[in-house]
Design a protein around this ligand. Structure first.
Ligand code: ASP
Length: 307
């Protein structure tokens, strides 16, 4: 009997101000609609999450693709990972500067390479050789982010300002998606421009397997967002998937992951978790998180979900 599909997407977890709520909600809803079309016609979870993430990479609201935060040198450097829960095949790219949809390159790696992870120029070369068009870094930069970086460098990066560089008020607009398809397979993807003013070459959790993204039909599909360094140290996506394979509900595992992140390293962020039975959980320990979910019975989107 065909399984009922499920799709969950997120567009970052932080203290999102009121005036940015609508753009985030419409962004995650658009991504949901696009991914759902794939699942509804019986397409694979992998295709659904790739298409959903592309929509958010193309939406300048989010810290992914064009419109991403700039690094210390004023450049966009993108990271993305996609993973198939049926086969455990994965594809990741890190520190790419000339790809407007890094998740497309990640998918090519998953499907067409014996390797799992490519960085920098090698990743761009692989993408170009496999039909993914390259762009200029300037094409990914928008004026809002030029101003954002300038303001940050003037005010926040100055130790005399006394401001916490990693406070949840600093935006975390990474995007991600997890899906269950009619065949019963789950998959996950995460895509990001990383943290504002990051050092060139810095990789966060998002594209690291088991940290910002993980998928295994036997446990769960997971995508995280938030302050990447603590998430990496806890290998949080795999930590959460392991709680699900131990028999816990995704909803419980998602909340536990946020408690663990907070208690162990004073980290902050958000997480979406889905198992192959279609049960899912969404949690964040930031004031807000943009999310959207769809099953055959119900469609929902929001920016708050209590932990
Ligand atoms: N986790 C991402 C990183 O640290 C940032 C984010 O989620 O916004 O690169």
């Amino acid at each position: 009997m065909p399984i009922d599909p499920v799709l969950v997407v997120h567009g970052g977890a932080w203290a999102m101000p009121d005036e940015m709520v609508d753009a985030h909600l419409s962004g995650v809803r658009n991504a949901l609609a696009t991914g759902w079309r794939v699942l509804a016609r019986g397409g694979p979870a992998l295709d659904a999450i790739e298409e959903a993430v592309v929509i958010m990479e193309d939406d300048e609201t989010f810290d992914a693709g064009r419109g991403s935060f700039l690094n210390r040198d004023g450049k966009v450097q993108l990271d993305a990972l996609i993973m198939d829960g049926a086969t455990l095949r994965a594809g990741g790219v890190g520190c790419v500067e000339r790809l407007s949809n890094p998740v497309r390159a990640a998918r090519k790696i998953l499907s067409e390479s014996p390797h799992v992870y490519f960085v920098g120029e090698g990743a761009e070369r692989f993408a170009a050789e496999h039909g993914v068009e390259l762009c200029r870094n300037e094409d990914l930069i928008i004026q809002r982010e030029v101003e954002h970086l300038r303001k940050y460098q003037l005010e926040v990066a100055d130790p005399a300002s006394g401001k916490d560089l990693f406070a949840p008020a600093i935006s975390h607009d990474t995007v991600g998606a997890v899906a269950l398809d009619r065949e019963g397979n789950i998959a996950a993807a995460t895509s990001t421009g990383g943290t504002l003013n990051k050092a060139p070459g810095r990789l966060g959790d998002s594209s690291l397997i088991g940290c910002g993204c993980y998928a295994d039909n036997l446990s769960a599909a997971v995508s995280t967002t938030g302050w990447g360094e603590p998430i990496m140290k806890l290998v949080l996506a795999k930590w959460t998937a392991d709680r699900v394979s131990a028999g816990n509900l995704p909803e419980w595992a998602a909340k536990e992951a946020m408690n663990y992140l907070q208690q162990r390293l004073n980290g902050h962020g958000g997480i979406i978790v889905l198992n192959a039975q279609g049960q899912f959980g969404i949690a964040h320990n930031t004031p807000r998180m943009a999310w959207a979910t769809k099953t055959i019975h119900k469609e929902e989107a929001g920016i708050e979900r209590s932990v």
